[in-house]
Design a protein around this ligand. Sequence first.
Ligand code: CDP
Ligand code: MG
Length: 150
Amino acid sequence: MEQSLVILKPDTLQRGLAGQVLSRFENKGLKIVGMKLTRLTRELAEKHYSEHRAKEFFEDVVGYITSGPVILMVLEGPSAITVIRQMLGPTDGRKAPAGTIRGDFGIATRYNLVHASDSPEAALREIALFFRADELLCYDRDVNKWIWQV
Ligand code: CDP
Ligand code: MG
């Protein structure tokens, strides 16, 4: 079973959309195995976005992600990494199709509501960056017996 690191970014919380976004993941059948409300330090944010260090938007995206509270989550399910990226849609809200989170709730490239790991390697790295092993819970969610029967 796959796990992905998901961040509800500061715009999601400031706009009061955390519940609606979380509902989409729950309705899809993804299981919350880790969750915390926090405000990222600059150091953690820079580590998280280290692949973008040389890009012209690096300072701006670090400023954005540290600007207010975020919800960090580890979500689990079959092919969770790909499934969640599809639920987010493309980075730019103007290009994200209706039905995706970024397509339905945003119209910007920077303020695009949610981060999700884009590969198994990224998921491992990002989960370890934000969660200790004992902060991830192993439990049965009854509905997954039906939803995960791929
Ligand atoms: O989040 P995603 O993987 O879709 O996009 P990315 O290319 O890895 O960029 C990371 C984040 O940087 C985006 O989600 C945007 O919030 C931000 N970004 C930006 O501020 N300006 C850009 N031109 C591109 C991305
Ligand atoms: Mg990315």
